[in-house]
Design a binder for this molecule. Sequence first.
Ligand SMILES: *Cc1c(COP(=O)(O)O)cnc(C)c1O
Length: 391
Amino acid sequence: MSLANGRSYLAIPGPSVIPDAVLRAMHRASPNIYEGELHDLTDSLIPDLKAVAMTDQNVAIYIGNGHAAWEAALANTLTAGDTVLVLATGRFCIGWGEMAADMGIKVQTIDCGDAAPIDLEQVEGALRADTGRKIKAILTVHVDTSTSVKNDIAGLRCVLDTAGHDALLMADCIASLGCDQFEMDAWGVDVMVSACQKGLMTPAGISFVWYNAKADAVRPARVSRYWDWRARTDPDQYFQYFNGTAPTHHLYGLRTALDMIKAEGLDAVFARHKTLARTVWAALDCWATDGPLALNIADPANRSHAVTSVVAGSPNGDALRRWCEHEAGLTLGIGLGRSPADAYFRIGHMGHVNAHMIMGVLGTIQAGLIALDIQHGAGALDAAARVIAAG
Ligand SMILES: *Cc1c(COP(=O)(O)O)cnc(C)c1O
């Protein structure tokens, strides 16, 4: 007998749950790539991709995962020898900086650790100290998926303006787009990258770079035609959208996912994520009253609404994940980039998730804590249910 048989649930911070409607949209014969419906469908994605990022600027689509969007953003704005300031609040911004280093870009890092947001004062200090204006771009992550911290991107824009520094503000919204409120134009972000497999609910395979006129004007001496965002943004011929064959089925899937977001309304999508995140935190607050469990990010104002990183003590993180997967069909996220990794786990609550799914996740974790005899405070499911009941 296994209680894991039945529909499995991948509650990791990406890839996220794929809606049946998205899967159905992808289940079709290959379309004509030379003319017709696919071209109209691709054109139709552009205004909706701008809408989810809250921008009137440009967007380029790449066949690739988030790492491809990282490279695209760097390749279109920076030259080997340039300096970037990396604002590390977990594994992901460090990874973006490592990719810049691979491209011959000099990396200066402000590391704010694994449990705190960007220290804006430190950033202002670094910008003011850069009297020679060597820093060409700031690389930052809106939500760092490894720590579940959410950074104040609008605050960063204020810091740049106060310091009178004209570095590009580049934000990774791979884990936050379509989950946490993000306003590219209002917040003064010059370049933003994201991918389709998290808040956008589509199987991994396409990613995006949004950029404004200021970022477009900082053109490096050489950009390969593959990474060049200009042709993709404003193609003379259809194949230039992707510099080759279109990601045909992904485009159908993404069309449906964006339709779902439109139908629900972006504000309602954000509100749903916020309430579901608060449901998770309410349970954690109870568990944390007794035993090793704790929320990784102490201040709710600095927490993502898409993912929650949990401190569980070694080896409880791994043990709990294994129990949930093998005994209950629920897959939780690993302690990515943390040390020791088995002391942490993460709960993904991004995209196509609703109240009963989150209550299911929390109830399953509760069962795992009991089964594994991991000490925990009482009342977690009751507290979570109260958040759901209040709506
Ligand atoms: C998932 C994620 C990435 C990496 O995306 P891939 O598609 O795995 O390349 C980068 N940054 C953040 C914040 C992420 O959540």
